[in-house]
Design a protein around this ligand. Structure first.
Ligand code: HEM
Length: 163
């Protein structure tokens, strides 16, 4: 077992045995309530990402500048992402040792790390720059990569319960 895998296993065992891991696992209503919040956050996050990408692809919202739309939706995107990370952590803690070996969970965390890194680097540059500074081709490339990465997170998240 690699050092990183051993470290990840120790972290999963710590989360599972923590008071909040026990608390969510042993409560009838906590897991479904947190998952409800997880899905609400998913709706807002998915909505903001879809609106900006439909504009980048030139499919909708033509009257709005990309940068105006991105700035207006940024607080919603960042706060809903924070809700996903916190609610996701508590869901994870209730079944961390089980999720350690779950390939769908690993695929989700990998896609999530890539999606967050991409969103706050290249994507941010494309969406917050004045339109004339970015060629329409890069707008479309950024939108397609963003949609693929976030769809990967959502699909892998849905698959967790089936693996
Ligand atoms: C923006 C980021 C995220 C998205 C888009 C996302 C998406 C999803 C989706 C679509 C589901 C399935 C819900 C269902 O089947 O009812 C789900 C469930 C779940 N997510 Fe997330 N999630 C995110 C972040 C996280 C994080 C950061 C973690 C853990 C650290 C996490 C852990 C979980 C767990 C444990 C489940 C429940 C799986 C099950 O037992 O059915 N999620 N997520």
């Amino acid at each position: 077992m690699s050092k990183l895998s051993a470290l990840a296993l120790v972290f999963c065992q710590w989360c599972s045995n923590s008071f909040f891991g026990h608390g969510v696992r042993n409560s009838v209503w906590l897991f479904p309530s947190i998952e409800f919040i997880h899905l609400l956050g998913l709706g807002v996050l998915g909505g903001t990402i879809l609106i900006i990408n439909l504009r980048l692809l030139g499919i909708r919202f033509w009257n709005d500048q990309v940068s105006d739309l991105a700035r207006e939706l940024q607080p919603w995107m960042i706060s809903s992402l924070a809700v996903m990370l916190v609610s996701g952590f508590f869901l994870f803690s209730s079944e961390a040792e089980k999720l350690y070996g779950n390939w769908a969970f690993r695929a989700k965390m990998t896609s999530l790390a890539l999606a967050i890194a991409f969103t706050f680097t290249f994507y941010r540059k494309v969406t917050l720059s004045e339109e004339k500074q970015i060629s329409p081709v890069w707008n479309k490339v950024a939108a397609l990569i963003s949609l693929a990465l976030w769809a990967g997170v959502g699909l892998a998240g849905r698959a967790i319960g089936y693996v």
